[in-house]
Each structure stands twice: as C-alpha cells, then as structure tokens.
Design a protein around this ligand. Structure first.
Ligand SMILES: C[S@@+](CC[C@H](N)C(=O)[O-])C[C@H]1O[C@@H](n2cnc3c(N)ncnc32)[C@H](O)[C@@H]1O
Length: 229
C-alpha cells in the first residue's frame, strides 16, 4: 500500500465532497459520506476560531494541510509565517493555486513531504486536521518529537460506542477498507494521544468535544490549564 499514491488519488475528490466545493459524478457511498460531513466543516471552523486569536506574530505549521484551507485566516490574524506540509502533490498544487488566487502566495509556504521525513520544525504553533487518524504510533511520536515545545492543536477521532461511529466504520470498510491493506483511519482514546504528546512536550492539554464534532475531538495546548483528561 503506497500511502502517497493513496492520497494523490483521493485528496481532491475528498475535499470537493466533504467541503461541498463541487458535486462529482454520483457515487452512492461517497454521497452518504459527504452528506454526513457537517462535522468536518464544523471542525474546520472550530480550529480557525481557536487558532486565530492566538497566532499573532507566531510561526505556524500545518501538517497534512490538504489545500491549506486555513492559511488565509492564519495570515490575516497576523501570524509571522504559515507553512503547510502535505504528502500529496495534488494537495500542495491546489494550495498554491488558492494562495495565489487570494493574494497571499508571498506570505505562505507549501511543501510536499511525508511527515516521517521532516526534521525538527521551526514553529511556535503546530496543527493538523484529519491527519492523526492516519498515523502509526511511530509516526505520532515523530510528529510530537519534531514539534518540540511548540503549542499544538490536533484533531482526532475518539473511539466511542456510538451509532455514527459504527456507520463510519462500515462506510470505511465498504468504500475502501477492504482493499487498502488495513490503511484505514484510527480511533483514539484521548489519553493515548496525551501520553505520547507529554513525552516530548509537557504543556497542559485542553480537550474540546461538541455534538457537532460527532465523535471528533480537538486537542490543544492553547489556553489549556490542566492536564489531559
Ligand atoms: C483527511 S485529509 C485532511 C486534509 C485537511 N487537513 C483537512 O482537514 O481538510 C488528510 C491529509 O493528510 C495528508 N497526509 C496523510 N499522511 C501524511 C503524511 N504521512 N505526511 C504528510 N501528509 C499526510 C493527506 O495527503 C491529506 O491531505
């Protein structure tokens, strides 16, 4: 299973469907998934609300950035820099096109790279949406190691006994899980992430859950005053 090829083939259609940029040809399973993607749009808006007040003057890095949908918000909030990294060239090309179209190309940087190849980041804030679910334990450790003591915000899918999660598991299996050699999204307990994070970065962690995030949760050190729970 080649992870880069997987994302090169998937990311543009995924974004178009989940964020309602375009309706592609009718595919019943994707139609169901896209219809239930309000939680992902809410996740994007929530991450923006959490980051924007905090990034003035700071160097921000987004991992698994897709087409960099939050880059403009981060720059307009006064960040010193925004760097987006994604394994898929298709995502990076779209990110650069979007940045050029909205006039922020000279203020942002987009790099195609596998997270696993990155060295320590020059960042004050590191964030990701929809990336951790796809990482192995060694990759998760690497992500936190290279982030050093930067503030971070990462979205996860929390392991839960909920109808929406069972439906998600079924969709994943039927749509691609049966042929991707177990390369499917993971569901975490918050403490599993906190335990890894705290090996490299002792900052307190705040957990944001909300019905509109469904079984998603946002974990962040921003405005956090107690340890993960
Ligand atoms: C579910 S998508 C989320 C995209 C975007 N962050 C969003 O929320 O709209 C996951 C993204 O992570 C990227 N990705 C997956 N594995 C990666 C890796 N090992 N290194 C860098 N990027 C990766 C994919 O190419 C894809 O763009």
């Amino acid at each position: 299973m080649d992870i880069r090829t997987y994302w090169e083939d998937k990311i543009i259609g995924w974004e178009d469907g989940r964020y309602e940029f375009k309706t592609s040809r009718f595919q019943p399973l994707e139609w169901i998934a896209n219809r239930s993607s309000a939680s992902l749009r809410y996740r994007l808006a929530s991450a923006s609300e959490l980051l924007v007040p905090e990034v003035n003057g700071l160097r921000v890095v987004e991992l698994g950035c897709g087409s960099g949908l939050l880059a403009a918000n981060i720059i307009n909030a006064g960040a010193a820099s925004y760097r987006g990294v994604d394994i898929a060239e298709a995502a990076i090309a779209r990110a650069r096109d979007r940045a050029a179209a909205i006039g922020i190309a000279d203020k942002v940087q987009f790099d195609r790279a596998d997270l696993a190849t990155l060295k320590e980041l020059d960042a004050d804030v590191v964030f990701s949406l929809g990336l951790l679910d796809w990482l192995s334990d060694p990759e998760l450790n690497h992500l936190y190691r290279i982030g050093k003591d930067a503030h971070w915000l990462h979205a996860i899918s929390e392991r839960r006994d909920s109808p929406s999660q069972y439906l998600h598991r079924l969709y994943v299996f039927l749509a691609y899980g049966y042929r991707t050699e177990r390369y499917t999204p993971r569901y975490f307990a918050v403490n599993e992430i906190c335990e890894i994070a705290n090996r490299y970065n002792p900052r307190p962690v705040r957990v944001i859950r909300n019905r509109q995030l469904s079984f998603g949760a946002l974990l962040t050190t921003l405005n956090a005053d107690r340890r993960c729970q």
